[in-house]
Write a protein that binds this ligand. Structure first.
Ligand SMILES: NC(=O)c1ccc[n+]([C@@H]2O[C@H](COP(=O)([O-])OP(=O)(O)OC[C@H]3O[C@@H](n4cnc5c(N)ncnc54)[C@H](OP(=O)(O)O)[C@@H]3O)[C@@H](O)[C@H]2O)c1
Length: 297
């Protein structure tokens, strides 16, 4: 990953952040990195709504919960309507899984990793982005959207087979979601000037993200996560490291920028041309429309 030297920000100590009054939504804030981030932001005074399947922070001051199965696009649409888009200061997407060794399909006919790690974000953002920043807010900064994935890693995806129907390989299917998330940032930064959009690449962090690929609780999974845990920062450490970036005034004019696991700006993946992004977005839209039309019959 190449550094982007034109985007720089001054890091302040996370312990000095005063986030009282900040309105935050973390889609995927019930587990892993999203949860660590939600808990940290709430501990500094932010009001955080977390979206996920299982709430693990009942009773934690500053955290509210919306339950949703985001493998389903009708649930993504319901979440988009429930989130207070007009008054949000920060919207963070961290929902994700890893593609399974054998292709899995949701009840709506979408390859499961594509649905959980990318397409629901596309659906939520499409519904919410035009409303961001349209209400009364205290914060002087534009509303910000952070999309977590693996930007800058050179993946450009295959817009001709988003649903992995032609052939299926777990890694290729997952890389299509990685590319999609990076393109979501680049596309939205151009499309919605009233808000700012950023990509986050956390590097390797010990969480449950690989369960679907390695087998939940399996020996392979336990050994892999233990090794990752030995050599990489925990979700809490990464959350503290990245929290000051999320509210830094220095990146106000840098919509479309991507950041690595240390919070340093990185360049987008080469190959993500405007034409390629347009095609990927059109394929994403077409997949959503297919879900919609199936639901009507
Ligand atoms: N950890 C890493 O090494 C790593 C590396 C590169 C990129 N990333 C990216 O970082 C982001 C966060 O990953 P993580 O490691 O924190 O993963 P994680 O620990 O598995 O957490 C994933 C989150 O997604 C939610 N989720 C999963 N399936 C869902 C569904 N059907 N409906 C609603 N919510 C669902 C989970 O909620 P419930 O538990 O409530 O289901 C949880 O809040 C992802 O975008 C991932 O691609 C992670």
């Amino acid at each position: 990953m190449k550094r982007n030297k034109s985007v720089v920000w001054d890091r302040i100590d996370a312990a000095n952040l005063d986030l009282r009054g900040l309105q935050v939504a973390v889609v995927g804030g019930t587990g892993g990195i999203g949860r660590a981030l939600s808990r940290f932001l709430a501990s500094r005074g932010a009001n955080v709504v977390v979206v996920g399947q299982t709430f693990r922070d009942a009773g934690t001051p500053g955290i509210e919960f919306i339950q949703a199965d985001l493998s389903l696009m009708r649930e993504a649409q319901r979440v988009a309507a429930l989130l207070p888009a007009e008054t949000l200061d920060l919207l963070v997407f961290t929902t994700g899984i890893f593609a399974a060794p054998e292709r899995q399909e949701t009840l709506e006919g979408i390859e499961r990793d594509m649905a959980v790690s990318y397409l629901n974000r596309f659906a939520i953002l499409r519904a919410i982005a035009p409303r961001l920043g349209s209400g009364q807010r205290k914060s002087p900064m534009k509303p910000r959207v952070f999309v977590m994935g693996y930007p800058g890693s050179g993946q450009i995806g295959n817009p001709d087979d988003l649903n992995a129907e032609g052939s299926y390989k777990a890694m290729a299917a997952h890389m299509n979601t990685v590319a999609g998330n990076e393109m979501l940032v680049l596309h939205a930064a151009k499309q919605y000037p009233r808000a700012a959009f950023f990509g986050l690449n956390p590097g390797l962090v010990k969480t449950n993200i690989r369960d679907n690929f390695l087998g939940k609780g399996s020996l392979k999974s336990r050994v892999t996560e233990a090794l990752i845990g030995l050599f990489t920062p925990s979700a809490d450490t990464y959350a503290e490291r990245i929290a000051p970036l999320l509210v830094s005034p220095d990146i106000e004019c840098d919509s479309g920028a991507m950041f690595n696991n240390k919070g340093a700006a990185i360049l987008p993946s080469p190959g993500l041309t405007e034409a390629h992004i347009r095609q990927f977005m059109a394929s994403s839209e077409a997949l959503l429309v297919r879900v919609d039309s199936r639901a009507r019959y």
